[in-house]
Design a protein. Structure first.
Length: 229
């Protein structure tokens, strides 16, 4: 199966999951995680109408964004090191992985210097796994206040990753807890936080059922011959 075929099948599965949850499929963005893809593969998806792509390393973000059409919306989804913030802000319109108050402050300052205004998401370690980055659920409200007050960042919502190969009940808990945390923050901050970035190739139907607005798909999208049913 070709990469564009994978894309069509995946969009159908996302739409099915959204409708089953009583949601509008148009409210869920399939974010193409292109970190393992080469330029021709990305171009295939671009020609199929995809405009949102994600990278997890700033070197690949810089290389691919320079080589591909300028109307692509680039997302950065990997761990963000302090000394890489400027390079990422120059290329990415959306940053999913701000996970410390120092990074929020640094990103706000550098965005001002670069005359940029990226959308940002706070990464939350809902599962509590030591191997994962992100704010704890308890730390997130304070970080959210800081992000909402940033003058040069658009604080748009939250991101999380569920444990690998977790059972359905655990996936539902993790994704549901992130959605509930977002709802509480909207009330506390008196502002909308429309974006929930959660769900990947192996668990996105559950994420969609729990309210995901962005699902990050790489493996099932770029594996030629992949059966995405």
């Amino acid at each position: 199966m070709s990469i564009p075929d994978n894309y069509r099948r995946l969009t159908e599965r996302i739409a099915y999951a959204a409708r089953a949850a009583g949601r509008d499929p148009r409210a869920v963005l399939l974010l193409a995680v292109s970190k393992t893809a080469d330029l021709p593969q990305i171009s295939e998806l671009y020609d199929a109408g995809v405009r949102h792509f994600a990278e997890s390393r700033e070197t690949e973000l810089l290389r691919k964004s320079a080589a591909l059409p300028p109307d692509i919306v680039w997302h950065f989804i990997g761990p963000l090191q302090a000394n890489k913030v400027r390079k990422v802000i120059r290329c990415a319109q959306v940053i999913h992985s701000l996970d410390s108050v120092d990074l929020i402050r640094r990103a706000d300052r550098i965005a001002a210097e670069e005359n940029r205004r990226p959308r940002i998401l706070l990464e939350v370690n809902v599962s509590g796994e030591a191997s994962k980055g992100g704010f704890t659920v308890e730390e997130t409200p304070g970080a959210a206040e800081l992000a909402a007050a940033a003058e040069h960042l658009d604080f748009d919502g939250l991101m999380t990753m569920a444990p690998l190969n977790a059972p359905e009940a655990e996936l539902t808990r993790v994704f549901g807890d992130l959605a509930a945390l977002r709802d509480r923050l909207e009330i506390a901050l008196r502002r909308p936080l429309p974006t929930l970035s959660m769900g990947m190739s192996g668990d996105f139907p559950t994420a969609v059922a729990c309210g995901a607005t962005i699902v990050r798909i790489g493996t099932s999208l770029f594996s030629e011959g992949e059966n995405t049913r």
